[in-house]
Design a binder for this molecule. Structure first.
Ligand code: AKG
Ligand code: FE2
Length: 293
């Protein structure tokens, strides 16, 4: 098995030397994360890994994925929402369809190939003591310039007081994510030092202040012209980011969907703590968790 990873060039920039056929999939079904990729995750707060799933594997997942993207799974309440809109929007009017916890609503997803490989990747990035914390399907409809994901740190959405914060959020491109359809973008290095920036609930309509009861979305102000890095991702490839790095994505004015399957891992202890206070990542959770905000 080839294990040559991206190599740094003389000026210290990363040179991607992957060919489309290149994959670090291992015989045992795992995925090898090279030392340079582990280093990138540590120093930048994110990394892109190529060719994680094969075409037939993505196609099988996409069949179930599309049921959520088409609003065909009932009984989800607020777990089916528009991250660029409010809880009052009708599904037909969504731009950025967010389906939380798909593995809860469709248990046949549990144990799928992406769950296995994303766990393997995460163990190599943040340690062996991990548990799957939550999964999420994020779909940007075509011709929806409004389908932007506001800048944030994931820690802004999660309860304070967890035993440790280590997180690997693995995002699988189900369709190519491109500059045109609003791929993810990061402020490299913004995870260091690990601290929470000020987040505010996103105002709806003409309101001055936002309200978490109306919309799940938080926003942070990154100022004008922040130094951002776009990460276009091919179908079957992934980005992985940590819990502190500032990230978001633009709208989708293109005629193509952007479909992304997210699975996040945290330490077993931290996931146990979250559940002990009733925090499941469901938007239907009732309690006030003492969010970091
Ligand atoms: O993929 C995106 O556009 C943003 C998703 C995100 O914020 C996340 O998965 O933490
Ligand atoms: Fe995020």
């Amino acid at each position: 098995m080839e294990r040559i990873g991206p190599i740094p060039s003389a000026d210290g920039k990363w040179v991607e030397e992957l060919t489309p056929a290149f994959s670090r999939r291992l015989q045992d079904g795992g995925y090898f994360v090279s030392a340079p990729d582990r280093e990138k995750f540590k120093s930048l707060g994110f990394v892109t890994l190529e060719n994680v799933l094969e075409e037939n594997e993505v196609r099988e997942i996409e069949t179930v994925y599309d049921l959520f993207a088409q609003g065909k799974i009932s009984g989800m309440g607020r777990d089916l929402c528009d991250m660029s809109g409010s809880y009052d929007d009708r599904f037909e009017d969504f731009s950025l369809i967010n389906a939380m916890l798909p593995r809860v609503y469709r248990p046949d997803l549990q144990g799928n190939i992406f769950e296995k490989i994303s766990a393997d990747i995460s163990r190599q990035l943040i340690g062996d003591d991990i548990a799957l914390d939550y999964d999420q399907f994020l779909s940007k409809k075509p011709c929806c310039p409004a389908a932007a994901f506001a800048w944030h740190q994931d820690m802004g959405y999660w309860p304070a007081g967890t035993p440790d914060t280590r997180t690997a959020t693995v995002s699988l491109a189900i369709t190519d994510a491109t500059l045109e359809n609003g791929c993810i973008r990061f402020l490299p290095g913004s995870h260091l030092p690990p601290k929470l920036w000020t987040h505010k609930p996103r105002p709806i309509g003409g309101e001055e202040d936002g309200n978490r009861k109306k919309s799940h979305t938080l926003v942070l102000d990154v100022g004008e012209n922040p130094e951002m890095v776009y990460q276009p991702v091919k179908r079957g490839s992934v980005t992985v980011h940590d819990e502190w790095v500032v990230h978001g994505s633009g709208g989708n004015p293109s005629p193509r969907w952007r479909k992304t399957y997210v699975i996040a891992y945290r330490s077993r202890e931290t996931v146990a703590y979250e559940r002990s206070i009733g925090f499941t990542h469901s938007h239907n959770d009732a309690a006030d968790f003492g969010f970091a905000q």
